[in-house]
Design a protein around this ligand. Sequence first.
Ligand code: UD1
Length: 344
Amino acid sequence: MTGGAGFIGSHVVATLTASGCEVTVLDCGHPAAHRGPLPAEVAGVPVTRADLRDPGAVAAALTDVDVVVHQAAMVGLGVDLDDLPDYVGCNDLGTAVLLARMARAGVHRLVLASSMVVYGEGGYSCAEHGRVRPGPRVVADLAAGVFEPPCPICRTPLVPELVGEDAPLDPRSVYAATKVAQEHLTAAWARQTGGAVAALRYHNVYGPGMPRDTPYSGVAAIFRSLVEAGRPPRVFEDGGQRRDFVHVRDVAAANLAAVAATETLGGWRAYNVASGRPATVGELAAELSRAAGGPAPVTTGEFRLGDVRHVVARPDRAATELGFRARVGLAEGVAEFASAPLRG
Ligand code: UD1
């Protein structure tokens, strides 16, 4: 496991060990994910501090390994473009070194933590023009409170649809570009080595142990940190943007299923890892405020360039091919999340 001491990684380690897997954990303790010291162990498994860009450290960890579960990455929007080399270094150079060393060590099975950010906007249809792909939203529209992306042909509002794995990739941030590169690098590796890769496109993951509010955090962590401080969640746009919030224990279960699937999977395959029950950001905020007994959310009308409006997943492929179905509903998951510990 790479990134095994992180938020998602530590849940995956716990699930894998509970199912009887013998796990080795590498983690570089990147400050974007770890404000405190790196833990000595996760779920009873010792954590080895190693940067994936260090070929020697990666090679040493690959002895007697059947499958690599690659969770290590820098996520989120970041602070500014000074972050760009670190995103590419950690996510893409790190993956390249890992793949090269796996090939040399004869390790042919990989589970990759990818993300729904590879899609850019989700699926949309226009009443007149059918399925269309909206371009990036323009500042003038957002500033005027027009948040729905228009049809690229007739400019009328679109209807959001579920996004399947065969949707075209359209990364719209540095992070998204590094995730697309990871997907392409692992696909090339699978072709060249005859290896098997399950690329898990995580939707919006939340749950216990999420990092507190940082420039690298997703919306659930930001809202949760505000609620903890007795402040209202600040909902951007009009709160109607749709996402699929998936619980971290479900994500860990998807990883376990993917590890098993790589035994028989031929080549490279992407899977949405999602709850299959979309919610708006406004609904998430309201649910969290209610569960925490805190102040009601404030809808601010603010917007961030690069945010997409709706990304909601079609979860069927993971159900059919991996046997994975999310079990934790939003109300139940958020009720727990409202008081669950966050990480430093
Ligand atoms: C997020 C993560 C990404 C992760 C992916 C899948 C980014 C910036 N973040 O993408 O790392 O891989 O989910 O798990 O890529 N919002 C508010 N108030 C706030 C902050 C955000 O209303 O204080 C809104 C945003 O405007 C946006 C939505 O919440 O509409 C989701 O934001 P966020 O979680 O940051 O980004 P995602 O694009 O969903």
